[in-house]
Design a protein around this ligand. Structure first.
Ligand code: PMP
Length: 458
């Protein structure tokens, strides 16, 4: 009884005092009490397998013992300095993080979030190129601050208020939903068993998308651009992948016009994609600026921008970069522990092995159910796009998607949902998950889909 009274009170506080009210996700919002690795527990002690890890953030697991121990030790030693002092955890972390990035990406600016990192990257691109226009894909999510919101192109995050100047969007070369379709072009194991109705051969589609991209570049206001922001795989808009080779060509075109290329690794970094540590490596490219957040701190608020010495200098000579909290000793100690755990526990390798296994198991659902339009992704970043039917690819109505999502929750599985039509389930669990847990999740999905079909048949 006490528990349910507490729950009601929490609901009231939520609706009266919190913005945005945290209720949209489930009909009955979850009141979480505790987390351990890939598991979450609610206020009544119910256990859930967390397949969304706090929106692709808790990469090494909730309350990981080693990360917790390091945080506690640092809490007892020194929480905070400020950029005016040296401190070993900061300098050690900077060395470790930069060693994971290829030349010439060696200079780090610490921030407190992904939006802040992307804001700074935008400023750097403009300071370095001395141009104004910045391009991002439709469907991109790069942050929610007023400045970076100009590059976030997901409808429900856009405001009917003046946005940041000099931001342009261009067509996303979405291999599933884009005008030229064709999921065959990514080197994903799913394609080997794919039975889909889609479209022309991938290489052709890549060229068509590149023509579109050139068209946007040629209409940029100044005819020369400051930069191009890209997520190696789009997260918020539903795990959207691009044709193989597209980004390589796009980067070349941007650089020819004086712009710098920014890879937003907020969701794709730190081994989540399995085959590589960073998302840009899966496209065989090296960006000029990389932005990091989410998984960098396993849930601790931190972010970073990593760039070349030249770009760093271009900004430094115009503006002294200062953040009171960015890269404080506590954040850096946690960041170091996260890097160590990824290495010691072979979490990148686990993402590759268990992620590929999951992709193949989920692909069976696509072949079993007409409403599962596409299963895609890489490593432990997977999307399941729901459609009315495979041929039309019209999105399954959001209320039906929400019901399936809710049914999964009732069976003990938490997944994300998003997509530009709210039609895609997002799966990005902590990287420590196991194959038996994947088997459980796939069975939950199968049951939820069967329940859905039964409801529709009535
Ligand atoms: N970039 C990407 C790719 C993201 O997914 C997000 C958050 N969803 C951000 C940037 C913004 O990060 P934050 O919420 O930490 O500001």
């Amino acid at each position: 009884k006490y528990q349910s009274l507490a729950y009601q009170r929490v609901l009231e506080i939520n609706n009266q005092h919190l913005y945005p009210p945290r209720t949209a996700y489930f009909a009955e919002p979850l009141l979480l009490h505790q987390g351990h690795m890939e598991w979450l527990f609610d206020h009544e002690g119910n256990r859930y397998l967390d397949f969304f890890s706090g929106i692709v953030t808790v990469g090494v697991g909730h309350c990981h013992p080693k990360v917790n121990a390091v945080a506690q030790k640092q809490l007892g030693r020194l929480w905070h300095t400020s950029p005016i002092f040296f401190n070993l955890p900061i300098h050690e972390y900077a060395e470790k993080l930069s060693a994971l990035l290829p030349e010439p990406l060696k200079v780090i600016f610490f921030t407190n979030s992904g939006s802040e990192a992307n804001d700074l990257a935008m400023l750097m691109a403009r300071a370095h190129s001395t141009n104004i226009d910045i391009i991002s894909f439709r469907g991109a999510y790069h942050g929610g601050s007023p400045y970076i919101l100009g590059l976030t192109n997901v409808g429900y995050f856009k405001m009917e208020l003046p946005g940041a100047a000099g931001c342009e969007s261009t067509m996303c070369p979405d291999v599933f939903r884009g005008p030229w379709g064709g999921s065959h072009c990514r080197d994903s194991p799913v394609q080997t068993i794919r039975k889909c109705s889609c479209a022309p051969d991938c290489c052709q589609a890549k060229d068509q998308y590149i023509e579109q991209f050139k068209d946007t570049l040629s209409t940029a206001v100044a005819k020369s651009i400051a930069g191009f922001f890209v997520e190696p795989i789009q997260g918020v808009s539903g795990i959207v992948q691009y044709p193989k080779g597209f980004l390589k060509e796009a980067f070349k075109l941007v650089r020819e016009r004086g712009g710098v290329c920014i890879s937003d690794e907020v969701q794709t970094g730190f081994g989540r994609l399995g085959s590589h540590y960073w998302g840009f490596q899966t496209h065989d490219i090296v960006p000029d600026i990389v932005t990091l957040a989410k998984g960098i701190g396993n849930g601790f608020p931190m972010g970073a921008v990593v760039t070349t010495p030249e770009i760093a200098k271009s900004l430094a000579k115009r503006r002294f970069c200062f953040s009171t909290f960015g890269g404080n000793p506590l954040a850096c100690a946690i960041g170091s522990a996260v890097l160590e755990v990824i290495k010691e526990e072979n979490l990148q390798e686990n993402s590759q092995e268990v992620g590929t296994y999951m992709l193949l198991e989920l692909a069976k659902l696509r072949d079993e159910f007409e409403i599962v339009g596409d299963v895609r992704g890489k490593g432990l970043m997977i999307g399941i796009e729901m459609v009315k039917d495979k041929m039309s690819r019209q999105p399954l109505p959001p209320e039906e998607v929400s019901q399936i999502h809710e049914d999964c929750k009732h069976m003990g599985l938490l997944v994300g949902k998003s997509g530009i039509f709210s039609q895609t389930f997002r799966i990005a669990p902590p990287m420590c998950i196991t194959k038996p847990e994947v088997d459980f999740a796939v069975e939950v999905f199968r049951s939820a889909l069967i329940q859905h079909m039964e409801r529709k048949a009535k």
